[in-house]
Ligand binder design. Sequence first.
Ligand SMILES: CC(=O)SCCNC(=O)CCNC(=O)[C@H](O)C(C)(C)COP(=O)(O)OP(=O)(O)OC[C@H]1O[C@@H](n2cnc3c(N)ncnc32)[C@H](O)[C@@H]1OP(=O)(O)O
Length: 620
Amino acid sequence: MLLNNAISLRQAGASDWPAIEALLLANKLPTDGAQAHLTTYLLAVSNGEVVGCAGAEVYGTLALVRSVAVAPGLQKQGIGRLLVERLLHEARSRDIAALYLLTVTAPEYFAQYGFKRMKIEAVPAALKASAEFQGACPACAALMALTLREAPVVDAALPVAVLGAGPVGLAAVAQLVERGLPFIALEAGKQVGANLRDYGHVQLFSPWQYDVDHAMARLLAPTGWTMPPAAELPRAGEVVERVLQPFAALAQVAPFIKLGARVLAVSREGFDKVKSAGRDKAAFLVRYEQDGEVHELRARAVIDATGTWNQPNPVGANGLQAIGEADARDRIFYGIPDVAGALRGRYEGKRTLVVGAGHSAANALLALADLAKQSSTTRLAWAVRSPALQRVFGGGDADALPARGALGASLRRLRDGGTLEFFSGLRVTRIERFGGQLRLTGLDAKQQAVVVDGIDEVICATGQRPDLTLTSELRLKLDPWLESNEALGPLIDPNLHSCGTVRPHGHRELAHPELGFYTLGVKSYGRAPTFLMATGFEQARSVVAAIAGDLAAADRVELELPETGVCSSNLTVEGSATGCCGPAVESAPEAMVAPKRGCGPSSCAPKPAPEAVAPKRCCG
Ligand SMILES: CC(=O)SCCNC(=O)CCNC(=O)[C@H](O)C(C)(C)COP(=O)(O)OP(=O)(O)OC[C@H]1O[C@@H](n2cnc3c(N)ncnc32)[C@H](O)[C@@H]1OP(=O)(O)O
């Protein structure tokens, strides 16, 4: 054995890369993607020389151990043990729940530390997207995992609190019913499916087969309920009427849903955010308001499926409301108004400016254009922050979701037809009342001032964001800019890629350092613009299985995602090119239900130019 005092351990810095690379190459270990995670590398140093290294790529509460290597002449003298033990210690102190690794050469070595072999199917999606996994040969590498923390059973008699009774919250309820776990669902709306109801008139891009959770369907079946035609496209409101409402009325469900119950905050009984010892065993406290009274309920686990309801992004282009936006609230509709129906009077004979570049904006513009055909004094204008419009025009006939392709094509015709005033590259910064109408001012792409006068109504379709105030007393790990679950961030970041149905994922990606608390559904994607309802159903299945202690089921991936995208090289961007497979789509309510980002893994496989320039991890 080498004398340990000859070895010191320290964290790697940028200047250590050449030594680490040399060590990896000398041991025939992969170097791809390692440099990007250099700050997580631990080094063993002897006489100022790097003689060993070990890295851990962190994905939320999960980490991928890699690059464990000792200089060939110094192996089997305890250096590897020093590195691995320190790595495990640091992982525990950083609230990492599980470690994974791939190894061709040393499965027995890692078995000493408790790592166990596992099947590739059970690996969380965030890890599968890493460079190490992408480059690995599944046939020759052993896949191993070590669980550091399991969610403790707080008090199994307590209910699971489900926050939000939209499609994903109710899918979690269905799983809880099937597993016989007590639950309470709190819904701020007066009825279930409040967000879908808000744009109930809008047709979804996803056919029924992807809009109905299997567990809900199983529980509904004995009542004589029948599945709507799988290939037909429902309106958002139909999903509520034909599925969510009948499900919520079931005898096993109805008594446990509180409607008009707005969640105010979640905490842990007897603990503020700072206090650690014993925290994991304390019950959750969910504070909510119903009929003007504040109540608290105790829960063993909490599933936050509150989505982004009533949390719109502003008209202001800088993430903040435009100056004066709040005062003009009576003239601004956030979302997709029912222009052809209930709100026709609000828009008929008016000049309306639609702000936003997603499918919600397209829906609103096409409805206004129809109205303008019937009423010649109705006028419409469209302002988009980016000059790139391909994301909303989409792939036309090439779109794997035909309804989405048709929407984009209709909008392109509208823009080209001349009936639409178009402000491209406009960043709105101020809204004022002027002569009984609104005046919007801002800057164009060349930083020149733009004034848009004479607007009667604004439709703001710039997407939504999650409400993070509910959970400010809990220990959450969120992506710094998407505000999604941290492990999902790299998979869904619209700066990196706009295509790629996100791989199915489950409880491991959806967990937080706050054991027993999970964020599901649209909220788990934070401000990212895309979400597929079927993904949410799978999230619910996995998380409830984990709460029930059935880790085998929780780790299993049961979702076959549809090929949903436009990911071909004919999708060149108007204006500027971004992303790997077409530019990102702005947030929109249909994010809840429509897989706007597009292609599944197979259609995002490496293609000939021009996508060859795409970032490597895109759609990987
Ligand atoms: C996730 C990954 O990084 S996989 C890549 C692992 N790295 C490699 O394969 C690179 C080549 N190997 C090495 O660099 C080193 O041998 C390491 C990192 C595997 C182990 O570090 P070392 O300092 O050599 O080992 P350490 O002194 O801690 O442990 C020695 C013990 O482990 C055993 N051991 C060492 N390497 C291996 C191995 N590949 N498989 C099984 N057992 C091993 C030794 O036989 C010894 O056992 P003993 O105590 O019963 O005599």
